[in-house]
Design a binder for this molecule. Structure first.
Ligand code: ZN
Length: 66
């Protein structure tokens, strides 16, 4: 299982400008990013097209394997 915690990335929730305790999960990176993308768009106000391969590659360092 892969997980990516918003807390680790330092992402802020746009509405409240507070830390975000959401953890995206998936069995594969593809599944993880499906979950994370939906969340990032909703809570962090990013656009789907902002979730680029570069963005994913940068945030790879925060993905935990368990
Ligand atoms: Zn978040």
């Amino acid at each position: 299982m892969l997980s990516l915690s918003c807390l680790d990335t330092g992402a802020r929730v746009i509405e409240t400008d507070s830390g975000c305790d959401y953890v995206a999960r998936g069995m594969t990176e593809e599944e993880l990013w499906k979950d994370a993308t939906e969340h990032i768009v909703k809570a962090h106000g990013m656009k789907i097209e902002d979730i680029t391969p570069q963005f994913k590659n940068y945030n790879k360092r925060y993905i935990k394997h368990s």
